[in-house]
Ligand binder design. Structure first.
Ligand SMILES: O=C1O[C@H](COP(=O)(O)O)[C@@H](O)[C@H](O)[C@H]1O
Length: 232
């Protein structure tokens, strides 16, 4: 599919514009279908965007927020993406949103993934908004180079679900939505910041090998156009 690069002077300008764009998409979804859904990424990049989005005035009680990926750790773990979202997004006006976690205190990550898949099945498809990040190794969501379930995660013929992923660069076992569940979002955003990430993006755009840089699946095969948001 196509991608479009939206470049900003700095992270603050990017956060303000991306928050307004996402809020407009969520409001349009509520107006059209009575509810809206958004799946967001963790990591260090989205904090300012989350803070700005949390202040946007919209019908938050009709919005479900979930994660594109999570570590198999409880929500009080400092590395939890749930904790990040609770701290930076589910506050101010957005405190009224419903949050759908991927982690649960199951006996295994596989069981937690099953539970999250069942819970996510109640959400309308596709997601109204998906905001992806990208690591310097070319991973997005928890589609890591060398991931033990990478091929299945990127297989578009498999239905939307939450699955586990283990990889050398991932640290903890991960829970991640499959590519099939993310790539058709009504608004599909790839949010990256910094010169290093821009160089990684340019390398990804120049090639095809998804095992080397799984973000290429999004850039080359997503059904929806990819809105790339970048600031130095
Ligand atoms: O592991 C993760 O990292 C990526 C990128 O994080 P950042 O700190 O470089 O912004 C993130 O998109 C993903 O959701 C997260 O689990």
């Amino acid at each position: 599919m196509t991608s479009k690069e939206n470049t900003f002077e700095n992270g603050a300008a990017l956060a303000t514009t991306l928050a307004a764009t996402v809020a407009a998409a969520l409001s349009a979804a509520v107006a059209a279908r009575g509810e809206a859904s958004i799946a967001v990424s963790g990591g260090s990049t989205p904090k300012a965007f989350f803070d700005a989005l949390s202040r946007e005035a919209l019908d938050w009680e009709k919005v479900t927020v979930t994660l594109v990926d999570e570590r198999f750790v409880p929500a009080d773990n400092p590395r939890s993406n749930h904790l990040l979202v609770a701290t930076h997004l589910l506050k101010n006006a957005a405190a009224k949103a419903r949050f759908l976690p991927l982690f649960s205190a199951a006996d295994s990550a596989e069981e937690a993934a099953e539970r999250a898949t069942e819970a996510a099945a109640a959400l309308a498809q596709p997601f109204d908004v998906v905001v992806l990040g990208m690591g310097n190794d070319g991973h997005t969501a928890s589609f890591f180079p060398g991931g033990n379930h990478l091929a299945e995660a990127l297989d578009l013929s498999l239905p939307r679900r939450v699955m586990t992923m283990e990889a050398e660069g991932a640290g903890e076992t991960r829970l991640t939505f499959s590519f099939s569940g993310l790539q058709d979002a009504r608004l599909l955003v790839l949010h990256i910041e910094g010169a290093e990430k821009k160089a990684v993006l340019d390398k990804a755009l120049a090639g095809k090998d998804e095992a080397e840089m799984p973000v290429r699946a999004v850039l080359n095969r997503a059904a929806s156009p990819v809105e790339i948001y970048w600031a130095p």
